[in-house]
Ligand binder design. Sequence first.
Ligand code: HEC
Length: 169
Amino acid sequence: MSTYKEDVVLGHADEADGIDEYDNRLPRWWLGLFYGCVAWAGVYLVWFHVIEDTSQAKMYDEEVAAAEVQWPKPTAEQALAKAATPEAIAAGKVIYQSNCIGCHGPELKGGIGPDLTDGTWIHGGGLADINKTVSEGVPAKGMLAWGPILGPEKVAQVAAFVHSSGGGS
Ligand code: HEC
């Protein structure tokens, strides 16, 4: 048996800082909205996570992939070419003079190591090729791996210097 009566104050204002309360039935429009939202949450959950499988992580990955197509990362060659500024080449010359002259000669014309200006290359004359040869060396032939000794930045500089000295392709 319902003892429900409309607009009756529950009468505990003294416990609640003077705030009075009714216990009226919720309006139909409000209940409709509430159950509608509950139902929609279920639909949305199934649609978003199961049918479409659209997670934010997935959307992010897709955007990153699209961005990589639109703005491709520079190749190793392009990145090196960009770093090969006149200042870097000048710095590379100093590194060459203190590390490489002994085998490749002051004019890069060779000696123990090959001529680096004649346009003939054993390991390739592109900037990235030279960078790789200098970095990894040819230990079996007496060319040191300079990467661990000089570090990548100085290797790139000396490679830029060698590349710019006439023989580079
Ligand atoms: C101890 C002697 C020695 C020193 C020092 C040396 N090189 Fe070499 N380098 C060689 C030899 C020998 C080769 C040939 C390797 C081969 O036959 O594959 C070579 C090869 C190279 C090549 C590849 C040439 C080609 O035809 O593909 C490059 C570039 C090069 N050296 C750059 C350098 C640079 C830059 C330095 C200084 C950081 C350096 N080298 C120091 C001995 C040396």
